[in-house]
Design a protein around this ligand. Sequence first.
Ligand SMILES: CC(C)(COP(=O)(O)OP(=O)(O)OC[C@H]1O[C@@H](n2cnc3c(N)ncnc32)[C@H](O)[C@@H]1OP(=O)(O)O)[C@@H](O)C(=O)NCCC(=O)NCCS
Length: 187
Amino acid sequence: MMPLGYLAPTTHRDPMITYRRMHRSEQARFAQVDRSERITQAYRQHGRELELVAVDWLAEPWSFPAILREWAPFLQDDCALWGAFDGDVLIGFCGYRPNVAPGTGQFALLHVSNPYRGRGIGRRLAEALFAYARAQEATALYVTATPTRSTVEFYLGLGFEPTDDPLPALLELEPEDIHMRMTIRAD
Ligand SMILES: CC(C)(COP(=O)(O)OP(=O)(O)OC[C@H]1O[C@@H](n2cnc3c(N)ncnc32)[C@H](O)[C@@H]1OP(=O)(O)O)[C@@H](O)C(=O)NCCC(=O)NCCS
């Protein structure tokens, strides 16, 4: 039995939604999340500066198992996952990978289902991940953010800042993403 760890199973903010740690063997459940999004604004990164540009993108629902193949390098033994559930349906998740650089963990795979966005679910998942990272004695987090305005502003709101010193391996994997870092303090 995997401990819930660092995350109470329910939140006062939205009593319909429950949160728990997930095991990576549950990854097929990611298909339950509706990733769809119409995107009209996105950021481009120039070192620490961000430029907002108009775009016309449609993020389609995921194609399984292609998306799991893409995420396989992340979904290793040492990753930690959290899920948000409405009843038995997964409506959001995120993941943490330790030691992508000394003292630095990666915040990744964050997605909330389209109809559930803007209700604090992403922030609640992030808070669970931050607490876990602190307990693991990480002092910084790294994220490669999808460049859409909503996603980048979500991460800026959490305290991430664009970096002019991206991790080469992650930059090679995600050259169009916005690479950001955040210092985390001990509790
Ligand atoms: C990015 C995402 C995970 C945010 O999840 P969410 O549950 O909608 O976010 P929350 O409701 O917890 O919002 C948290 C904060 O982000 C801000 N935020 C959320 N959506 C935003 C938007 N569209 N524009 C600007 N800020 C936004 C909110 O103001 C909120 O701040 P507050 O807590 O001070 O009020 C969600 O929009 C999503 O799944 N997007 C598509 C997938 C994606 O791009 N994932 C990221 C991959 S790197």
